[in-house]
Design a protein around this ligand. Structure first.
Ligand SMILES: N=c1c2ncn([C@@H]3O[C@H](COP(=O)(O)OP(=O)(O)OP(=O)(O)O)[C@@H](O)[C@H]3O)c2ncn1[C@@H]1O[C@H](COP(=O)(O)O)[C@@H](O)[C@H]1O
Length: 109
């Protein structure tokens, strides 16, 4: 089954709709009510769990941890007022630009 990036757009809308709702029934509402520092901490923890699974070569666990990272990144975007469209636009702007060429074109400081 193919799944495209629209699942992230839908998840963003759900998380956004949870802002200010009852934290006892929504994990997103609970996290958003705890503030930017806590949200950033949770994102960092999930990212570390993700890289541990990658380094250990545990593919199945890496899939689950990757989903956790994406969910917590979306909570971070909602908290910061960033929309998925802004991120998709930045990715599109970079399409076709090699990372090696981009780095070589940076002014030397
Ligand atoms: N994708 C997710 C998702 N991934 C992970 N999690 C939750 O993230 C939590 C992570 O657990 P942790 O113990 O690490 O975090 P914590 O409970 O904050 O622990 P502490 O920091 O307090 O120690 C778990 O409760 C997971 O269920 C998610 N919760 C929600 N979603 C999506 O968000 C939608 C809205 O969820 P609610 O906001 O809960 O309605 C859901 O329908 C899902 O699509």
């Amino acid at each position: 089954m193919a799944v495209d990036a629209s699942v992230l757009d839908r998840l963003f809308r759900v998380v956004e709709s949870r802002r200010g709702t009852d934290p006892s029934i929504s994990h997103s509402a609970r996290l958003l009510s705890r503030g930017t520092g806590k949200i950033a901490q949770k994102f960092g923890e999930e990212a570390v769990e993700c890289l541990i699974e990658a380094v250990a070569g545990r593919q199945h666990e890496l899939v689950g941890e990757s989903a956790d990272v994406l969910y917590h990144l979306i909570v971070l975007w909602v908290d910061a007022g960033v929309t998925p469209d802004q991120v998709w636009a930045e990715l599109e702007r970079r399409e076709g630009i090699s990372g090696i060429a981009e780095k070589a074109s940076r002014p030397r400081g």
